[in-house]
Design a protein around this ligand. Structure first.
Ligand code: ATP
Length: 355
């Protein structure tokens, strides 16, 4: 088990900077997500933690020890890749024992450890089968078994479920999370899928263009996005953004949107005179008969218990999540109200949220 502290971590590839000074802490036993769009520097960060890539500057501390310049072999971290490679001609037992045997561990100890791992992964009954005839899920379990058998300090997983179809991915995601809860080992998991990160993670780092945009629990990141990028990236459908006229007066609790006053959370002085963007999640938009802010229904999308209603407003299109029983017909004009305490306010210039 391990706590991993990342301080001002930076990686340059020639003239290109892939990671621009990241700082965050991965708590002991946490399931930790590195989330962001393709090319944002997630894999590079993971590889630096594992020791497969050396940082240009900054520090990586594992349980208080600076390992930044140590090779992977001296960090006691297991890497789980997307393409789980197994030895096809060997039995499940041999595949799982391999890392221990090659370390020179005595036979009896290897057998005991393999039995324990097989129990944790619930593949005891497969130990003497060849891996060739196994189902996809069982192959993944065997590959995981090979990664966990050494009992490393931490696991690094780079989009481990990326190659699976949606249904199977969900099953394996649940299994991975349950496995983590049974073992309690610190796990760092790279994904570009915000839903996967929200569902599986204890903590999430959201990256964009090599920069850490936000670091927190899924709920903190969803409820209080620190930047416009995070607000847009997390949530489906994404947050609505409304640009309103004029600078903001500190202490005020209303803003003017298309001639209508809208209630917002009270802001600090730093917001004075700044152009703001109002962020409102679809579930915090309510359709009313006579609200002052108006929208015209252009489409509805049925999702079972809820529906997503798309509306044209003076500020552009807005999406609202409403109970599926609520009637909304295309072409109809309705009032819209926003749940004031749930709104986010961003500085239009810097993209950062005001608190
Ligand atoms: P993806 O999900 O597409 O893998 P990522 O967020 O994991 O994206 P990285 O693989 O960390 O992104 O790459 C970040 C940037 O660094 C990319 O623009 C990539 O092209 C660049 N990069 C990564 N490795 C190298 C390298 N060895 N040499 C040069 N550039 C690199």
């Amino acid at each position: 088990m391990a706590e991993i502290v990342i301080r001002n971590l930076r990686k340059e590839f020639g003239a290109f900077t892939a990671v621009k000074g990241s700082t965050f802490t991965i708590g002991d036993g946490e399931f930790f997500m590195l989330l962001g769009p393709s090319g944002c520097g997630k894999t590079t960060t993971l590889r630096m933690i594992a020791g497969l890539e050396l940082p240009t500057s900054g520090e990586i501390l594992i349980d208080g020890e600076d390992v930044s310049q140590r090779p992977a072999s001296q960090r006691d971290i297991a890497m789980v890749f997307q393409m789980f490679a197994l030895y096809p001609h060997m039995s499940v037992r041999k595949n799982i024992s391999y890392p221990l045997v090659s370390q020179g561990m005595p036979r009896a100890q290897v057998q005991a450890r393999v039995a324990e791992v097989a129990r944790i992964l619930r593949i005891d009954h497969l130990l003497d089968k060849g891996v060739g005839g196994l189902s996809g899920g069982d192959r993944q379990r065997v590959a995981l078994g090979r990664a966990i058998v050494r009992n490393p300090k931490a696991f690094m997983m780079d989009e481990p479920l990326g190659a699976l179809d949606a249904e199977f991915r969900e099953i394996m995601a649940e299994e991975l999370r349950a496995l983590h809860d049974r073992m309690g080992a610190t796990t760092v998991y790279v994904t570009h899928d915000q839903l996967e990160a929200m569902q599986m993670g204890d903590k999430i780092v959201v990256m964009n263009h090599g920069v850490v945009e936000q670091f927190g629990t899924p709920q903190e990141i969803y409820d209080h996005p620190a930047t416009l990028f995070v607000a847009d990236f997390i949530g489906s459908p994404s947050m609505n953004f409304l640009h309103f006229e004029g600078g903001f007066r500190p202490g005020s609790t209303t803003v003017t949107l298309a001639g209508t006053r809208i209630e917002v959370p009270q802001l600090q002085e730093e917001a004075e005179g700044r152009k703001l963007v109002l962020g409102v999640r679809p579930e915090h938009v309510t359709l009313t008969a006579d609200g002052p802010y108006r929208g015209r229904v252009v489409a509805t999308e049925y999702l079972g218990t809820t529906q997503i209603i798309t509306l044209d407003t003076a500020q552009g299109q807005i999406k609202a999540r409403a109970p599926s029983g609520q009637r909304a017909s295309a072409g109809e004009t309705v009032g819209l109200s926003f749940a004031a305490p749930k709104l986010s306010l961003f500085d239009q210039g810097t993209g950062r949220a005001f608190r």
